[in-house]
Design a protein around this ligand. Structure first.
Ligand code: ADP
Ligand code: MG
Length: 927
């Protein structure tokens, strides 16, 4: 099989002697080759080496005939990664090679890209039929994870290529981040300044999860900031930034270093201006944001370097400010399972995205995803959305009409992207047409609504009818997959094309007539006129009938069972048909190219309409969910309040419904950063519903600020600027780092940056260390949040002792999750009510889990002793308002005294008895 391939390339390349007998290349790997070796190469291999030299960091896919071939180290690596057979071009097996058929290359390429490799496509740039000598080959495009368009990419996912540009150092540092999704043309940039610039950058990257990051040589080393990591290693304890950097940038598969000069304003900014054809970048919000502009320019440089085409669809860049949105750090996005489940491998059904997603279009899904990551913080915008959602939620008929009108809307942005990158065929063009055809219906359905946001979205929207017509009038109704198959352009578009098609049609009819006539003339009933690519048209006669062939037949080829002939007449028709086909192929390519250019001239219009459709879809989705589940409109205001009445956790509720696992128990909360209690301390048994209660609060805030209705009877919300979540260490072990360290790093971030407009959720803080360390830290943290920050805070804890803080802190309130104690043990009621939990239920829960009765009994005894001593110590600390907890658990002697005191019934004692007891206890103490 492999041998057969070799022979075939040899035929194409005309290099049989050198290729098969090549023995001058003695070394196995490229790097081991000497100049002399290279000089002795065949022309084709010389092309290969020239290409490889220009793209040393890429796997070189070299088009040879019907295959892409890889050689040397590339071949060894790819054969291993893709499980292909490794062969060699020479008998000594010193030149490893492997290959994939070109028509099936896509899947192999995607697999390599997903593994993070870069690939250079070295194509034949001449027609092999007309080329003199060896066909010229050149690298026509470089595929990288961040630039390749993966058709299997989830519709709701974006495929970001990112770049980082740094200006200044230390506290004056400014870090620019550029982001581009080549598949849709979305292009934006932002900046981070001050001492927390790196941390901010890493956090944003951790949230957006680009697949590839471009950086200047020397900026990052080995995938991490070397300076931060070295410092961390020296000190023994990594500082917060180093930890965060490690986490955030690790998620990026491919990091690409480029020359430093690319990241200079003198180079990158003019490049960006020229591409966007603007005199100044100020109009895009870039004024005063040089680092952002440079990062954006560097992205364009990379796209040009890797030859991604003319990029007409990348027609604008936008500066975005993170503070206009509710900020969610990467940790919270993870903890709250907004987009992805906390543990990879878990089903995506645990995510808020999954629960909310009823979008009809891929653009809507992507917008939902990005909105969840950046909910709004602007009251006007949120109100406008809520009003639009409310109107559609209340009108089932119009809402359904709108949603149905979007049924046929495909991925407008990605289709446009494919057309711009010239990877779209006739079927994509038709897909675009059918999507464009739906738009007037969508816009008409929007116009049925009157809320201002609906009117803004629908009113001035461009229905793009001219583009729809253009495609439909140019492309045949059911075009073939590939342009090369012919028949792509509709009849009537081009008179010459129509004539040529008629010509080849009549030619083929003539061939049918010839076949019929020749059968009669020769008396061979099985005689056939046939065609193949190598021999063209011929008459085929079986061996048995060969004797009956007339003398004017000219032999063309002999097979085992048949003979093939031609005649002058056949040759004439063949020439006619083939030239007509060739010429019409040229015309079709030209017309398709023209169509593409015309569409791209309107790329900006299409992107604008796509953006509107995305938001229409999103609002319709919110309205649909609100109506379906009876959600209510949150009352949003500028204040410090957060009030839920009978709220439910949307994800847990849905999962309970679907699994038939019972009803979700609604709960209420009322917090106020300005007036009322701002800190809620939630105690109660494990499995009681504390974590669920906390997450529910955050999710409802996120939903409300996205403009979505919420599962509650009522919700009043003063705008939140940031949400912080910290989930106890033991819930987070999967991350494989010192969990207590991680927990403290994250807590530090909260205490250093939260404001009195933030929402802070702390769940089981301090679990990852010794009991008293943890308790003391939790204690001090609550005090700090209460006294200094004043953020709305929900603090769930297993440290029952903390409930005593309520005596000291005026704006702290105790809440407990309730349980019912029955003779058979406890039952979780999942309701949250005022007051501290009456006790810890750890032992009860352990009993439910099936611990032996003896162990449970003994645990109860030990607990009793511990609790008494602890309560006393903690009470003392509370009085001092500074926890000074003893490391010793209790001393048996004083414990005995405490026991006796606490068992006394003072009302029943006479003064005499009391005095006696006191004296006795004192004696005992003095020993
Ligand atoms: P905790 O943090 O107190 O240990 P969780 O919040 O993890 O408890 O909840 C434990 C289980 O109880 C979860 O699996 C959840 O499905 C269920 N649960 C929690 N809150 C409710 C509720 N309000 N209604 C119904 N089930 C709930
Ligand atoms: Mg919990």
């Amino acid at each position: 099989m492999r041998f057969a391939w070799c022979v075939r390339y040899s035929a194409v390349l005309n290099i049989v002697p050198e290729w098969m007998g090549q023995d001058r290349v003695g070394s196995e790997t490229l790097s081991g080759m000497t100049a002399v070796d290279k000089a002795g190469l065949t022309p084709a291999m010389r092309q290969y080496f020239a290409a490889k030299e220009q793209h040393p960091d890429c796997l070189m896919f070299c088009r040879i005939g019907d295959f892409y071939e890889l050689f040397y180290e590339d071949a060894i690596l790819v054969a291993r990664e893709l499980q292909l057979t490794l062969t060699s071009r020479d008998r000594e097996k010193k030149q490893p090679m492997c290959g994939v058929p070109y028509h099936a290359a896509e899947v192999y390429l995607q697999r390599l890209l997903r593994k993070g490799y870069r690939i250079a496509m070295c194509e034949q740039i001449e027609d092999p039929k007309t080329a003199k000598g060896v066909v010229r080959r050149e690298v026509t495009r470089v595929l990288t994870p961040g630039t390749a368009i993966d058709p299997s990419l989830g519709a709701e996912q974006s495929n970001y290529l990112a770049s980082v540009a740094v200006k200044g150092t230390g506290a004056a540092a400014c870090v620019g981040l550029g982001l581009l999704d080549l598949s849709t043309g979305e292009f934006r940039a932002t900046e981070f300044t001050g001492a927390g610039a790196w941390a901010g950058f890493v956090d944003e990257v951790g949230r957006i999860r680009p697949v590839e990051l471009l950086y200047a040589n020397g900026l990052l080393g080995g995938g991490l900031l070397p300076s931060a990591r070295d410092a961390a290693a020296k000190d023994g304890a990594p500082d917060a930034d180093a930890e965060k950097e490690a986490g955030g940038l690790d998620t990026i598969r491919t990091k690409t270093a480029m020359e430093e000069w690319v990241f200079t304003p003198d180079y990158a900014m003019p490049l960006l201006r020229n591409h966007l054809r603007v005199h100044s970048l100020d109009g895009m919000g870039m004024a005063g944001h040089e680092a952002a502009a440079v990062a954006a320019g560097a992205l364009l440089h990379y796209l040009q370097k890797t030859k991604q085409g003319a990029l007409e669809h990348v027609d604008g860049v936008r500066y975005y400010e993170r503070s206009t949105c509710l900020e969610l750090d990467a940790v919270s996005v993870r903890n709250l399972e907004l987009i992805e489940p906390l543990f990879s491998g878990e089903s995506a059904q645990t995510t808020l995205f999954y629960t909310l997603d009823a979008c009809c279009t891929p653009m809507g899904k992507r917008l939902l995803r990005s909105t969840l990551l950046r909910p709004s913080n602007a009251l006007g915008e949120i109100e406008a959305r809520l009003e639009a959602v409310g109107e559609a939620a209340a009108d089932v008929r119009r809402r359904e009409e709108l949603r149905r009108s979007m049924d046929g809307v495909l991925d407008l942005e990605r289709l446009l992207g494919r057309i711009a990158l010239d990877s779209a065929g006739p079927r994509e063009a038709m897909a675009l047409a059918s999507t464009l055809g739906c738009l007037p219906g969508v816009l008409a359905a929007v116009k049925a609504f009157s809320a201002p946001r609906w009117r803004e979205l629908g009113g001035s929207a461009d229905p793009l009818e001219d583009l729809h017509e253009l495609i439909v009038e140019t492309i045949a109704a059911e075009p073939p997959v590939s342009l090369a198959d012919g028949g792509v352009i509709r009849a009537g578009v081009d008179t010459e094309l129509d004539e040529l098609r008629e010509l080849s049609r009549s030619g083929r009819q003539a061939l049918v007539a010839i076949e019929e006539r020749e059968r009669q003339r020769t008396g061979i009933g099985s005689l056939k006129v046939r065609f193949n690519n190598v021999f063209g048209y011929y008459l085929e006669v079986t061996k048995a009938n060969a004797k009956a062939v007339p003398a004017d037949y000219e032999r063309k080829q002999t097979l085992v069972n048949a003979e093939r002939f031609t005649t002058p007449e056949l040759k004439e028709y063949e020439a006619k048909i083939l030239t007509a086909q060739e010429r019409s192929g040229e015309i079709e390519r030209r017309l398709f190219g023209e169509l593409r250019r015309q569409l791209l001239q309107s790329a900006g219009r299409m992107r604008e309409t796509a953006r509107r459709v995305a938001e229409i879809d999103l609002l319709a989705c919110f309205a649909h969910m609100a109506a379906l589940h009876g959600w209510v409109r949150p009352e949003v205001e500028e204040s410090g309040t957060l009030e839920f009445v009978q709220a439910r956790h949307p994800v847990v509720e849905r999962r309970l419904e679907e699994s038939g696992g019972g009803r979700f128990v609604p709960n209420s909360v009322s917090l106020d950063a300005d007036a009322g209690p701002a800190v809620m301390l939630i105690t109660g048994p494990n499995m009681g519903g504390k974590s669920t209660y906390l997450r529910q609060a955050a999710l409802l805030v996120v939903m409300a600020q996205c403009g979505c209705f919420v599962p509650a009877e009522r919700m009043r919300l003063g705008l939140v600027d940031r949400i912080y979540t910290r989930i106890g260490a033991s819930d987070n072990v999967a991350r494989g780092r010192s969990t207590f360290m991680v927990e403290m790093t994250e807590t530090a971030a909260i205490l250093n940056t939260a404001t009195n407009r933030s929402l802070v959720l702390l769940d089981e803080m301090g679990r990852g260390t010794a009991t008293y360390d943890g308790l003391s830290l939790a204690w001090a943290t609550v005090e700090h949040l209460h006294d200094r920050i004043g953020a709305r805070t929900l603090f769930a804890t297993h440290y029952h002792e903390l409930t005593l803080l309520a005596d000291q802190l005026a704006r702290l309130k105790n809440l407990r999750v309730t349980v019912k104690e029955t003779p058979n043990g406890i039952v979780f009621l999942h309701t949250v009510e005022s007051g501290p939990a009456s006790k810890s239920y750890g032992i009860e829960v352990a009993r439910l889990a099936g611990l032996p009765t003896a162990v449970i009994g003994r645990a109860r005894e030990v607990l009793k002793l511990h609790e008494r001593a602890e309560t006393q110590q903690v009470r003392e600390a509370a009085v001092a308002h500074e926890p000074k907890l003893q490391m010793t658990m209790f001393t048996p002697l004083s414990q005995r005294i405490v026991d006796r005191l606490s068992e006394l019934d003072v009302d029943e004692m006479t003064p005499r008895e009391a005095l006696n007891l006191l004296a006795e206890l004192q004696r005992e103490l003095k020993g």
